[in-house]
Ligand binder design. Sequence first.
Ligand code: ASP
Length: 439
Amino acid sequence: MKKVVKFGGSSLASAEQFQKAGDIIRKDFSRRYVVPSAPGKRNKEDVKVTDMLYQCYQLAEEEKDFSQLLSRIKARYDEIIQGLELNVSLQAEFDKIEANFYEKAGKDYAASRGEYLNGIIMAAYLGYEFIDAAQVIFFDEEDNFDAEKTNQILGQRLAVTEKAVVPGFYGARPDGSIKTFSRGGSDITGSIVARAVRADVYENWTDVSGFLIADPRIIDNPEKIETITYRELRELSYMGASVLHEEAIFPVRREGIPINIRNTNEPDDKGTWIVESTCQKSRFVITGIAGKRGFCSINIEKDMMNSEIGFGRKVLQAFEDNGIAFEHVPSGIDTMTIFVHQDEFMHKEQNVVAAIHRLADPDMIDIEADLALIAVVGRGMKSTRGTAGRIFSALAHANINVRMIDQGSSELNIIIGVKNEDFEEAIKAIYDIFVLVQL
Ligand code: ASP
């Protein structure tokens, strides 16, 4: 058995948290490859080391004094080292970082030091080999992640390494300079390492016991999701469920490696399994509900639209020309509606309207703002009669007007548009009808 374990920032925020992570790793010999984040928040008011590094580098770039902030960052690491009673000094590393800040080594370089230094401590603490991610994770000239080169070189390196720590979040460009993934990107590194060693499982240790059926800020104590497929997760994370970085599923998905989200503070909890496919029925017809506020719909009408070839293309061209991505396009016989993010669309709306008129010559355009989209996701839905019926009768009972319905072609989800102000009530109504009634 080979497991890759990634620990998030809150799991490594202090010596005490490091010890919990260490206990977890030592309990299972197959936990051979460890991917740490940078130290996160120790409490609500605390600041993540990554954010401190960004701030510190900003000062360096403005040619202001950054030495105090850099010392505070060093103190965070020293506290961990002392708490773990390790015989490690990061002084030389910090001297190098300081010099590189003066040289303006880049924002990505600065941010990456958070995981780099935590990796050094983790390797010393566990007695594992430290492998700098810059040697094994690669980006190309266009700053895109180079999956194949990475997989080859990282795979070869780890094939001859029994136990290793590879810091998360960054890699190197062809010229050797450092490039990071987007925020939260250590999740991606964990997945890349799992693919490279063909791990049996990718364990992602964080501060929650996996995914919940709905957002706990809306539903009191929601039930946990035990097993979810990659595709279901994709739908939910697109709509705002944010335990795992959106892109983290892609490397492991290629190899059919399951991800297990676990809680460092509750290590006996089984967490959530993310798998390619499963014969396990989920406990409820739906796997999860997620949603976002802040959408706008552009409703376009034109008589005989249905027989005008190319009408849709012309309309979408107007959005493309203005650099706006569309989210959903439900359509009727003589109507077509485009859903977009309100904040992206707002300051370009008149340009888009003019472009639609010019390109597609519609009879009428009507814009509606302040809409929310809710995705009800479940692999069980396509084989269960009446799912849509239950959703809409629950919403009707809650006095919520449904503005849009879109059943994704995957038959994995139903997307519902409501007014922003109905968002929370709608989620509660759907949760109640599928989950509460069954408990
Ligand atoms: N430390 C980085 C961040 O705060 C990456 C990560 O934690 O995954 O975004």
